[in-house]
Design a protein around this ligand. Structure first.
Ligand code: SAH
Length: 363
């Protein structure tokens, strides 16, 4: 079966939310020809129109009847929007129709890059020791438009002063490869030239390392970037902080990455959060360097961001420099990520929608 187009994915998802079996049933019920569906889809995803009521090319009665059954452009409602002190980072807490909540973050870099970090699930099932989302547990998968609409929110915010999203990263709440089909559909929505139109190369999916899905992703034939949350080079350390390692060992994970690189000839970004005394010793750097086999293996060092219940501590700057020096001496390509939005708990590993205090709302 051919993959659905962006329009089909969007209409199906919005139609289901409004109580129809799928997009075809929805179109039939309202007597909508394809050009009408196209008008709806383009207004929401390309023109970024505020809501259905503002799509004046559609007959008023049609807008009223669609609205009456709960057809909406936005499936996520911003309930709290916080700005970091430096104004570069904005975090949105969004409520879904069933009351569940997710967070997404806009990072506005000085070099005009506007990166949005989006969530693929409410909560997360993987329970990584250093991550706030993981410690809160799994609630449910998001649908393609619940994922897409987080980006739509920030795209509309940026469009208000003539700016655009330049990059999207699936590094918010949840494990994207645990919700694989919806995430790939969300990627189609983000990428669709008839709609949102963000290039594949500007999208990154980050995973804890679910091996079968890495193999599936290698066969997608898309130029979307792959990031792997590695965080430790050996099974004993990795299993102690990432339960997923008991299912797929470091060797199995690295073998999947080699298969991916062999098939796609694309770079893999290996994320490595620096945890004091856990994975930041010189022999950890040496073991990590042995896993990195060339220019398509890129290490992204992440300073640890504190979490409310975390028992782990951050590696100091000096030790981070010593660690990266060992990697560089061994010819490993590596960068250190600059944390953004720590003051509003918007940095990596700090997203935990349901327990955010609601008292201090800055806008
Ligand atoms: N589940 C996916 C997507 C989340 S990405 C994944 O694990 O890759 C979020 C990134 O931030 C991951 O690399 C994650 O390991 C990292 N991270 C989690 N908690 C962190 C923390 N407290 N400080 C810094 N980085 C953290």
């Amino acid at each position: 079966m051919a993959a659905r187009t962006g329009q089909e994915i969007w209409i199906d998802d919005k139609a289901r939310r409004a109580g129809h079996a799928d997009g075809a049933a929805f179109a039939l019920a309202h007597g909508l020809k394809n050009y009408r569906l196209q008008q709806l889809y383009r207004a929401a995803t390309k023109e970024l129109v505020a809501d259905l009521a503002a799509v004046t090319v559609l007959p008023k009665e049609l807008r009223a009847s669609l609205a009456a059954e709960g057809f909406t452009f936005d499936s996520v409602e911003p309930v709290v929007v916080q700005h970091s002190n430096d104004k570069q980072t904005i975090k949105g807490l969004f409520r879904l129709h069933d009351g569940n909540e997710v967070e997404a973050v806009l990072m506005q870099h000085y070099n005009e890059r506007n990166t949005v970090c989006i969530s693929s699930q409410s909560g997360c099932a993987y329970a990584c020791a250093f991550c706030s989302t993981g410690q809160a547990g799994f609630t449910r998968h998001l649908t393609p438009t619940e994922i897409f609409d987080q980006a739509r929110y920030f795209a509309r915010h940026l469009a208000a002063d003539g700016r655009k999203i330049t990059n999207i990263v699936f590094m918010g709440m949840g494990e994207p490869f645990h919700n694989y089909d919806a995430v790939m559909d969300a990627v189609r929505l983000l990428n669709d030239g008839q709609g949102f139109g963000l290039g594949h190369r500007h999208i990154t999916i980050s995973t804890v390392g679910i091996v079968p899905q890495i193999d599936a992703f290698a066969d997608e034939g898309v130029q979307v970037n792959l990031a792997i949350s590695l965080h430790a080079p050996t099974d004993d350390v990795r299993s102690s902080i990432m339960p997923v390692n008991k299912k797929w060992s470091v060797a199995e994970l690295m073998a999947a990455c080699e298969r991916y690189i062999g098939k796609t000839n694309r770079k893999v970004f290996f994320e490595y959060v620096m945890l004091d005394g856990v994975n930041d010793r010189p022999h950890d750097a040496e073991a990590l360097a042995r896993l990195m086999r060339g220019p398509l293996h890129h290490v992204n060092i992440i300073p640890y961001n504190s979490t409310p219940d975390g028992k782990l501590g951050p590696t100091g700057d000096e030790r981070i420099r010593a660690f990266t020096a060992i990697l560089e001496a061994k010819g490993v390509v590596c960068t250190v990520r600059t944390p953004m939005g720590r003051d509003i708990a918007a940095a990596c590993g700090q997203l935990r929608a349901e327990t955010q205090p609601r008292a201090h709302i800055a806008s």
